[in-house]
Design a protein around this ligand. Structure first.
Ligand code: GLU
Length: 303
């Protein structure tokens, strides 16, 4: 199937909370400049909207073309990664920009994107049901999930970490929380790790990590555990209340969740990541350049 799109409206770059630089050699598009669902990449974008995109044999792409839009599952309570500012309506974050970059590579501009917030526990089902075309939101690639869906990527690597109260002693290992209560999101790899391997740690679960952070600040739990990249965002949001402690206890490789068997779409996204020049780095710098996170773009795993 062939389709033609024009470049999104050329807009004036706006400055985002996390923006450092947004130089690019091509003509920048302004994803927030023409409305969309209120989203805003927050700075001039390092990608362009593709034209004449052809993905023969991808049922997911066919559905996007049919509805003239793309539906992307995301997180929206994770500052720096996937965040919705409910006051301004701006959607920001590394994952959200990766999602936008993929949409642009498929020929869709910002006003053709519908972002759907989906909690960790509901991701596979949302993809299987066809509620979303793809998911970009701190989604670790693992074999259990691969039974139901496929992953493009990885596009980012982090690991399980710990967030504690600002005045709590530093922790070095998960066992430091034996007999204490640690909070994480239902269906996430960190809560699964705690339950399977640390039986002496008590757990509190919510759909959203932001609920765990609220409990930590109010003293109801002793720590929040999930990927350190997520926790660094909360520590930046509440610098007087919480801090990241300890190291990385696992390796979490983030992938783009896709309907199982759509190899054409998976190959397309993997090729985008592999041949995307410095776009990944610019997305990283724009969203996480100030965060202290140091990570290089990982090689894709074309399994
Ligand atoms: N990356 C982990 C996972 O996919 C934790 C973060 C999350 O819940 O999204 O389960």
């Amino acid at each position: 199937m062939r389709r033609t799109r024009t470049l999104a409206g050329i807009g004036i770059a706006t400055v985002a909370l996390f923006a450092l630089t947004a130089c690019n050699s091509g003509t920048p598009s302004d994803p927030g400049g023409d409305g969309g669902d209120g989203g805003d990449a927050g700075s001039s974008t390092p990608w362009e909207v593709a034209t004449d995109v052809s993905l023969d044999g991808s049922p997911t792409f066919d559905a996007m073309v049919e509805r003239d839009g793309v539906i992307i599952g995301v997180k929206e309570d994770q500052p720096g990664l996937g965040y919705l500012d409910v006051t301004s309506g701006d959607r920001t974050g590394f994952d959200v920009d990766i999602a936008r970059w993929i949409a642009a590579s498929l020929g869709f501009d910002e006003d053709q994107i519908e972002f759907k917030p989906i909690a960790s526990a509901n991701r596979e089902q949302a993809i299987v049901n066809g509620d979303i075309d793809y998911y970009v939101g701190t989604y670790s690639i693992n074999d259990k999930r691969k039974e139901q869906i496929d992953f493009a990527g990885p596009y980012f690597v982090t690991g399980q970490g710990l967030l504690v109260a600002k005045d709590a002693p530093e922790a070095t290992k998960l066992e430091d929380f034996n007999g204490k209560t640690v909070c994480s999101a239902t269906g996430s790899t960190p809560i699964q790790n705690i339950k399977a391997n640390f039986p002496d740690i008590k757990t509190q679960e919510y759909d959203l990590y932001s609920a765990c952070v609220e409990d930590l600040i109010s003293g109801k739990v002793d720590a929040v555990t999930t990927d350190q990249a997520i926790l660094i965002g909360y520590a930046a949001q509440y610098p007087d209340d919480v801090k990241v402690t300890g190291g990385l206890f696992t390796e979490e490789r983030y992938g783009v969740g896709l309907p199982k068997g759509d190899d054409v779409l998976r190959d397309h996204i993997n090729t985008l990541f592999t041949d995307g020049g410095d776009v990944w780095q610019q997305i990283f710098d724009n969203n996480l350049g100030d965060s202290g996170i140091q990570v290089e773009q990982p090689a894709v795993d074309a399994y």
